[in-house]
Design a protein around this ligand. Structure first.
Ligand code: AMP
Length: 215
């Protein structure tokens, strides 16, 4: 079972991917997480990537395709990959198909999380995560049961993403509509697209995804 989670920033791709990892033992491959890791490495590559991400633009296809190729090599024996935030362009989608084929793997489904723009801005501007375990929280939604303490791991460190500010979010949404949204038609034409209502509760969406995937 190898799937892509597709949707604009703030649609809930990362949240749903994490649940599928926890509950179903799938492996999450998030290019955003990989790039954030590179960003903190302090290398010249990391600094270049950080600038592009801070503006809300997409990094080049070559970079993310290279990162995914490395991960696919590492996860060669694993089944059940969730691509979260990749592919984001048609060139990335073509590259993914070729990479998967070269590993004897197959893409089972593309799950599109559908959401309205005004909800996205609110979701993104209030979100933060535990710095240790990555559990997600929101100023106007799920908050830690004890203020300032992560429910999952007890950490008291939380982080907000640098690109979750109004200017960068506008650029990220534009990048989504210009460069990523065409993938909806691409995967529909391939008979792989399944859509779920991303405005539902987190658990409801998770149930629907599992039903769609027969998990
Ligand atoms: P995400 O965590 O998926 O929202 O990604 C955060 C940022 O990383 C994006 O705004 C882009 O700058 C960059 N990024 C992540 N994945 C990709 C990708 N597949 N192609 C290009 N840029 C990406």
């Amino acid at each position: 079972m190898n799937i892509i989670l597709l949707g604009p920033p703030g649609a809930g791709k990362g949240t749903q991917a994490r649940l599928l990892v926890e509950k179903c033992g799938l492996v999450q491959l998030s290019t955003g997480d990989m790039l954030r890791a590179a960003k903190t490495s302090g290398t010249e590559f990391g600094n270049r990537v950080a600038e592009v991400m801070a503006r809300g633009e997409l990094v080049t296809d070559d970079i993310v395709i290279g990162l995914i190729a490395e991960e696919l090599d590492r996860e060669a024996g694993r089944h059940g990959l969730i691509f979260d935030g990749f592919p984001r362009t048609l060139a990335q989608a073509d590259a993914l198909e070729a990479l998967m084929a070269s590993k004897g793997k197959f893409l089972n489904a593309v799950i599109e999380l559908r959401v309205d723009d005004d909800v996205l801005i609110d979701r993104i501007s209030g979100r933060y995560t535990c710095a240790d375990c990555g559990e997600g929280y929101h100023d106007n939604g799920k908050r830690p049961a004890t203020a300032g303490v992560c429910d999952k791991c007890g950490s008291t460190e939380f982080i907000r993403r640098a690109d979750d500010n109004a200017d960068a979010v506008r650029v990220r949404l534009m990048a989504y509509y210009r460069q990523t949204a065409p993938l909806i038609g691409y995967y529909h034409a391939k008979g792989k697209l399944r859509s779920v209502d991303g405005l539902e509760a987190i658990e409801t969406i998770q149930r629907e995804i599992k039903t769609l995937l027969g998990l």
